[in-house]
Structure formats: C-alpha cells, structure tokens
Design a binder for this molecule. Sequence first.
Ligand code: BG6
Length: 288
Amino acid sequence: MGDPKNFEIPGHMSLSMGEGGLPKVVVETVWSRAEIYPHGAHVTGFQKKDEPPLLFMSAASEFTDGKPIRGGVPVIFPWFGGREGFPAHGFARITAWELKETTLLPDGAVRLRFILSGAEGFQVEYLVTVAESLTLELGVGNTGTRDAAFETCLHTYFQISGIDAISITGLAGTRYQDKVAGTTETETAAAIRISSEVDRVYFATTATTEIEDPGFGRKIRIAKSGSNSTVVWNPWIDKSKWMPDFGDDEYRQMVCVESGNVAQNQTTLPPRGHAVMKVEISSERLLS
Ligand code: BG6
C-alpha cells in the first residue's frame, strides 16, 4: 500500500489498524463518516450525521486475509456466485487492493482511488467518494489481446430497522431469476416486501431502486449507471443459521440490494475496451 502517511488528509482521512489487524481507512466529511478496508476495497461503514448507519455489518464477520468481510459493500469481480474450485463471488473481495490516491474535493467530499493488482488481463480501478451520499465507481479495462467477459457486482448490505418494516420499489415489471424457487418470473409488486428467503437476480434494469423504511423514518435511494442487473437478497432464518460469519437473527436488520452486471448481463470488452459501473447511495427523511 506504499507509505500510509502519503495518503492521510488531516481532519478528513486517516489510516489505522482495523479489525483482525487489517489496515482501515477512516473518512470524515461535514456530512458523514465512512470506513474502508483495502482488503477487498471494502466499504464497511457509511453513516450520515444524525442518521442510523446506511450499511449493515455483521457482528460475526471475519476480518482475515483470504476471506470475505460480511456486510458493507463487497466488490464482486470477475465472477458472480460459485465457481467450482475457485472462491465464491470472485477474488476481488478477498484480495488486498492498493490505495493509490486520496483527494479532498473542493466541495468537501473525500475520494479514494484503489486498484486491484493481479487481475490478469484486466486493469481494475475503484473510486469511493464520501460526501452527503456514497458514490462507488468500478472501472474495468481489458488489457489483453482478445475479447474478455466478466461479471461485476457491488453486493451492498443495507441497515434497516426491521425486515417486516421495509419495502423495495423500482423493479415492477422486471424479469428476474428466482434462485430460491429455481424459476424465472416477472416482478408484479410495485413495492417488494420480504417474508421468507429471497435471492433474485433482476435483469436488463438500470432503474433506481428505493428502500422505504418507516421504522428509521428514511428512504434509501440506489441510483446507478453502467449496471444492468439488480440483485435482492435476504438469507432468512435457515441460511442465517448455516452461515458461520452471520448472526442467527441478523437477517432481520439487513437487506442486500446489489448493482451489477451478472449472468446474461455480464460485460464483454474488446481489447483496450473499458467499462464503468457507478452507484450512488443516498438517503432522505420520510415525511411523517
Ligand atoms: C447473493 C447471491 O448475491 O450473495 C446469493 O445471490 C448468495 O446466492 C449471497 O448466497 C451471499 O454470498 P456469500 O458468498 O457472500 O455468502
């Protein structure tokens, strides 16, 4: 990671020892506070002043070399899901990224730039901008001599007041793969509610989604570009018990609404081609 001192911005960005002895970046702005681990270029926290955290982190998460962090925003690349003999959801989330640059922008936002080394045939860059909202930009370039296909996903875990309280809008009319039922469906609900295990990949959608959470009196907005898939996931009771790095009851406090390009929406780039996926996460108070 080079000399950490080169990256600190007094009053705005500092490097320290995080969980499990892994290095951690803490960012402070007038609007918000964020924590990012170079391990996985993983945003583990984003909280606006006077609001509950936007991102959920499991109390049972591991913070270990070679293992993913459970919660926050895992960066999924170059494949989504399982792959025989290889790590689930790709190697980006279990690799230490290199912090290349930190910038205090004129409006007071703080931007971090990470690169993923060792992604053979690809140049992968990740920009994390902390302000009143959290903006994440994953850029992938094909440095090889042939077309290259890959999947990406920002597997975002949101902190909610309770799984019974929330609803998700923006996906009505969208085709999706229901990975629990093993079927393909079209979303009929204007506002999706969750009352059992949900694992759905919505295809060909660039729509902004919103999580309405009356319990916290807020609405979370996920706006994106360069992303054609949205994944909605909640493990519910049995899977929560089965996952070693997730608390048995934590499924009640989180929902994943993920922005990516997966399965039939995977990206194929020609040599020297470049693609960027950008996700802006913001929140507003609900009128009571
Ligand atoms: C979701 C997948 O995105 O991630 C689920 O759709 C998967 O199938 C979940 O269970 C969590 O994956 P992991 O590897 O972090 O346990």
